[in-house]
Write a protein of this length. Sequence first.
Length: 334
Amino acid sequence: MIGLGKRIALSCFLCACGTDANDTQGMVDATDVADAGLESEVTVLEQFDVGSFNEDLIEGVPTADLAFYLSDDGPLAWDELAGNITRAKRIFGEVGVQLRVRSALHIQIPADWQQIDPAIIDLPTTPPELRETDLYRHLEELRARPSVRAIAIFEAIVAHLPEDDLNIPASSTIHLMSFNEVPIPFYEWNGTEWIYDSVPTGGLSLPPYTYADRMPAGIRGAITLSFEVDRFRPDTRVLAHELGHKLINVSHEGGSVCPSFEANGPELMLYGSGEIIPAGEAGRWHQERLALSPFLYRVEAGQAVFANQFMDGGIYRDRLYEALYVDPPCSAAP
């Protein structure tokens, strides 16, 4: 449990914006990965049949593409994800968005890839007592970015995305990859200074509001699943919740709950069993932000048409959303 007012953590609920042109730590160009030959370290063992998940798709309805990569000796089996996929399809379908399972691969990767490096975060400068006044802005100082190694691994895996008739680019696809361990780094205030630490997580959404333009375009849809964390394994809501971070592009928050590290409630984006994706200002514009997601397309005359793109890398207050945000999320720290 992350104590409120004590920790600034990196997970699916952080926000970051902007890029320092002189800071290349944690960044690697896609061509560098290709030159390193890491794609050849990934072997496709099997391509699972996903047709049954797509039988209900309707042309013209906003759609997000999902591609699964389940690593050999990793934490997940394909059959284990069926409940997660079915539940996620229903939750998003109820608000007018359909999920298309584009592909599901059983892959073999080097054993050391099963442990992903924690993302790189900067030492906080904001006093902890101010954190809750506006979680998104106060966490921008962490400038979260993946390590060079993590980017190389993600890109080597995504390079095996199968082609299909709609030609959806990798940059517009949600890539769900399984690993045995993916830590969340954070800083904890001990009363006099910030102390760095990390903990494992069952699902990490790597959302645009956290990474903005520090995530290479081809893997901006990456989500990691590590269900070996026992409390996540029986929860079929994990996939829908992580997709919410990516598609709605918000933290753990609900209609009456401001962005927080851990908070329970009936909404999809809070902890617990909630499935509600609320609308309007009272619902923190979740449905409206979802409808504008750059990951969504419509099929028109057999062609995939994308209507939106981020203007500021996908930060919480990206100009794409115009006034569809709550400012400030919280009035004061407890």
